[in-house]
Each structure stands twice: as C-alpha cells, then as structure tokens.
Design a protein around this ligand. Structure first.
Ligand code: NAD
Length: 529
C-alpha cells in the first residue's frame, strides 16, 4: 500500500474501465463477494467505498468506517446507502445519474421506430413461419411531429436525435427556457399544444406528485387521432387504464412502454394489445451505460477525496467552521423558501435573487443561496439536487442568480429574502430565524406575516372582507382537514390580503377548486415542503 494514495474498496462489480481508473490513483481492493460481516471487519481501512446495489451501506458500516470520506454508488438510486448517517458523519455520497442518458434516449428512439414500423409484431410473425407483408405497413417518421414532455438530460437528447431523423420537434417543459429547446432544433410550446399537434408523444419527466397521471383521460381526449405514445421514463406518468381505453377507442394508434406502474406487470391488459410494444425497463441497460457509470463514479470519488468539486454529491458538504453557527440555521430555511416560491410561481424561471440583511450579510452566504436553488429544483428534477450541483443546473438552464447584501437591519438581526422571477411573474419571500433555530416566514409579496413553515400550507390571495376565512374554514372542516395555524397579512382594511393556513393533511384538488370559487378569493395554492 502506498501511503500517499487513498485506500478504496470496490465492494460490487463495476465495469473494468472504472477499476482501471481507480487503480491509477488509489490503493485499490476489489472484493465483490464480500459479506456484511467481512465488510464490517475491514471498512476502517478505507477512505472510500464504491458499491452498486448489492452492498447495503448501513449505519453500522458507516460508523465503523473511521477513515471513510466518500461513498460512491455506480448508478442512480441510493436506497442501499444510509445517506442520513453518512451526511451526519460528513461523508460525501456520490452517484452517477448522467451515465445512462444516451442509452435511455437511444432506447426511446428504438421504441419510436419499432412503433412506426411494427417491428416486434413483424418479427414474431416471420418467426412463426408467416410472410404477411401487408399486415405490417408502417409510417415514416420524417416530417412527423414529436412532442417531448420533460426537456432534461434524456428529453433534450431525444430531441436532437428526432431532429436528425427529420422530425418536427416540439417540447413542453415549464422549467426550461425556449433557447435551450431551440438549440436542439425544437420549439418550446405549451402542454396542450403537445397534446393537440403531436404524431408521437414521449415523456421524460421524473415521477412525482405533479407528474403522476400527467397523461390521463382528459389529455388523451385532446390528442390527434392516430397518435403514438412512448414512455421510457417511469410507470405511472401515463395512466395505464386511460391509455388502454384510448387505444381501444382509436385515439392512440400505438404505445411503446419500457416502464410500468407495477414491475414486472401482472394481469396488465395493455400487454394483450398488438398496438403495444413493451420492454422490461431496459432503457439504461447497455454496456456503454455501465462503463460510463463506472468511469464517472471513479473520477468523482477520486475528485472528492482530493476535495475537488464534484457534480453528483447526493448529500450536503460540510460548512466552514467559522460560519457554522450563523449560517447553518438559514440553510434549511432557505431551501424551504425556495420550495415554496417554486410552487407559487408560474412560467419559466429566469432569475433568482437572494437578499441578505443584517449580520448574516457579513458571511459567505453562498451555501444559503445554493440551498434556495436546491429547494427550487427539488420538486422539478429527477436527479438529486444538492448544494454542489444546484448552481450548475441553474446555469445550464440560463437562470440568472444574484446576491445582494446589506448590513443595515430593520426590525430583525438577520433576514433572507428570495425573489423568484419567471417570464410572467415574480414572488418575494422573506424568512428569518428567531432564537437559535426557529424558522419563520415573515413576508410574502410585501405582506408582513409570521408563519412557522409546515409540511402543508394553503396560501391564498384575496380581497379582505368578512366571512372569507369562515368559508374556507368550513370547506376544510367538512373535509376533515385540521387547521394547525392561520396567519393573515394585509396592507389596509378591505384591501388586498394574503392568508397562510397550515394544515395537517393535503387539501384535495376539488376543495382547492371550491376555495377558488369563494367571492373575493383570487387564488389558493397548496404548497408542500
Ligand atoms: P432530468 O431531471 O434531467 O429531466 C427531467 C425534466 O423534466 C427536467 O427538465 C424538468 O424541468 C422536467 N419536468 C419536471 N416536471 C415537469 C412537468 N410537470 N412537466 C414538464 N416537464 C417537467 O431527468 P432525466 O435524466 O432526463 O430522466 C427523465 C426520466 O427518465 C426520469 O423519470 C427518469 O427516472 C427516467 N429514466 C428511466 C430509465 C429507464 O431505464 N427506463 C433510465 C434513465 C432515466
């Protein structure tokens, strides 16, 4: 062992290229059959541990890893790593989400062409000894419209390839500026235009509350007759029952699915349809993707061990010691303000400005600014957004980030303001810390309030008048939704006002609709953090 090199253990099999890269700059052990007990025995020798999904990096392993500084996951999901314990110990956890982008995009194009030319059906027919040429007349994709929903890593690469096939690319992604779509030869459009105008629709969004059932009965109804649908993202983004109906009633001519709500799919009627092409969650399964992932993880682990910046750290880096007392409580507060602001705005985010007032302005506030970006992006991106990659993401998306500082104080020792500006509106939230760590939201859009951030908050704008609060309270009460706290802000009696209700459970969409119908209410949005 060379004492000048870090000690790295690779505990699961990764591509040879990754091993070779690590060997160049580390004392490397590759023990891919190691048991948990054996790992517990030897983990204290290593500075970094590299795993895939076999090895469970549990709390006891992390606690025994006295020298451990980095854990690398050669892949995307980090469910097998106790990230919380690692973070508490200041151990960086790194993954490689971008390693499979090309493979997933190419699989999408393979699915598109399979649908257009009925290749899977024709293949089984010929193998059965048939020769039914006229049954498999296909369509050309050139000059057809492809609608891409979600223009991140994979969606944007699909756009480039589809453009190369001579297709007309339109894309919907509210979080991407038009220029980024135009760069690939595509055009940014709204959601309904994708539904109405596309011959092919492919989804590349993460699966979350907003995107579950993103394409359901209503959406199929708006589509062009004969549209073809592709899902190589996550099961559940397209409502499977609605898709079945849309194929049966002739709106959808074909669908290609790599992912399902339940995997493997059981008793799924879609599998009985000739119009449906399926693969078993294969989009990322290529030799190159595995090689890329191994090389990315090797490079990132080595960089992290040298304290160089890494792109894919899943958890938070350590804050400089001198600033820790002042800065630390503002980091989670800022993330919450970012999360709230991103849910209150519509349109494409163009600018994020952070304003620091009071003592805090004297410190390096970059962590707090980055934390606000983490909050903004965490609801809209598939990858783990963290303090390290959030500014890079903002930059790639053409979002202007700025900080303004003033040591002058108004009523408080410190306050942080986040201004999020989109192409159609601006939201301003102010927060502070009372005592050592009590978080407060003290302003929204110029209204003074005093709110403890809570998991679910119903935020409404209305014209101040009697009975509004009562009507909202009744609607929530009838639905058995408990109000934990209420705060009203207004600039003058009977003028414009804001209300923040902290509720114990989410408010369903139909109740939000009812609330929006109350006279005097301009808007009501349920925010969750
Ligand atoms: P990404 O985070 O780079 O991009 C996601 C994009 O979706 C972002 O640009 C975001 O702005 C956009 N978005 C978020 N919410 C949206 C909404 N409501 N409407 C429109 N756009 C929205 O992610 P990625 O790496 O491109 O991955 C895309 C999808 O592919 C994810 O669901 C991922 O899990 C999946 N994936 C599947 C496989 C597979 O094996 N089938 C492999 C890799 C990735």
């Amino acid at each position: 062992m060379d004492p000048n090199y870090p000690n790295i253990l690779v505990a699961d099999s990764i591509s040879e290229e990754g091993i070779e890269r690590l060997q160049k700059d580390a004392n490397l052990d590759v023990l891919t059959n190691i048991t948990k007990d054996e790992l517990l025995e030897i983990i204290d020798r290593y500075d970094a541990l590299v795993v895939r999904s076999r090895t469970k990096v549990t709390k006891d392993i992390i606690n025994r890893g006295k020298r451990l500084k980095v854990i690398g996951r050669a892949g995307v999901g980090v469910d097998n790593i106790d990230v919380e314990t690692a973070t508490a110990k200041g151990i960086i956890v790194i993954n490689a989400p971008e390693g499979n982008t090309i493979s997933a995009a190419e699989h999408t194009i393979a699915m598109l062409l399979s649908l257009a030319r009925k290749i899977p059906l024709a293949n089984s027919s010929v193998k059965k000894g048939e020769w039914k040429k006229s049954d498999f007349i296909g369509i050309e994709v050139r000059e057809k419209v492809i609608g891409i929903i979600g223009f991140g890593r994979i969606g944007s690469y699909v756009a480039k390839m589809a453009h190369g096939l001579g297709m007309n690319v339109i894309a919907y992604d509210p979080y991407v500026v038009p220029a980024n779509i135009e760069k690939t030869g595509g055009l940014k459009v709204d959601f309904d235009t994708v539904l109405k105008d596309s011959d092919f629709i492919t989804v590349h969004v993460p699966l979350n509350k907003k995107t579950t059932g993103l394409i359901g009965e209503n959406e199929f109804r708006k589509m062009k007759k004969g549209v073809r649908i592709i899902n190589c993202a996550r099961g559940g983004i397209i409502d499977e029952t609605a898709l079945y109906k849309a194929i049966k009633n002739g709106i959808v001519a074909g669908a290609a699915l790599d992912v399902f709500v339940n995997e493997p799919p059981k008793n799924n009627p879609l599998l009985d349809l000739d119009e449906v092409v399926v693969t078993p969650h294969l989009a990322a399964s290529t030799i190159e993707a595995q090689k890329n992932v191994a090389i990315i993880i090797a490079n990132q682990v080595l960089a992290a061990l040298k304290n160089e910046p890494v792109m894919n750290a899943v958890n938070m880096p350590v804050i400089p010691k001198d600033a820790i007392v002042v800065i630390r409580p503002y980091i989670p507060l800022s993330e919450k303000l970012g999360k709230i602001a991103s849910q209150l705005v519509n349109g494409t985010i163009l600018r994020v400005k952070m304003i620091y007032k009071g003592d805090i302005a004297g410190y390096n506030t970059e962590y707090i600014t980055k934390s606000a970006l983490v909050g903004i992006f965490s609801n809209i991106l598939n990858e783990h957004v963290n303090l390290i990659n959030a500014p890079v993401i903002a930059n790639n998306r053409g979002i202007n980030i700025s900080e303004e500082k003033s040591k002058d104080i108004e009523d408080l020792t410190n306050s942080i303001t986040i201004e999020v500006e989109t192409d159609s509106m601006k939201k301003v939230l102010i927060g502070t810390i009372f005592g050592k760590s009590e978080e407060r939201i003290i302003g929204i859009d110029g209204f003074k309030i005093n709110v403890i951030p809570s998991k679910y908050m119903l935020i409404s704008n209305h014209t101040d008048r009697p009975s509004i609060v009562g009507k909202i309270g009744k609607l929530l009460g009838d639905e058995d939704i408990n109000i934990a706290a209420m705060e009203l802000g207004r600039k003058k009696p009977r003028g414009e006002a804001i209300m923040v209700l902290s509720v114990d459970s989410p408010v369903p969409d139909h109740i939000l609709e009812e609330i929006r119908k109350i006279e005097g209410i301009h808007d009501a949005i349920l925010v969750s953090i």
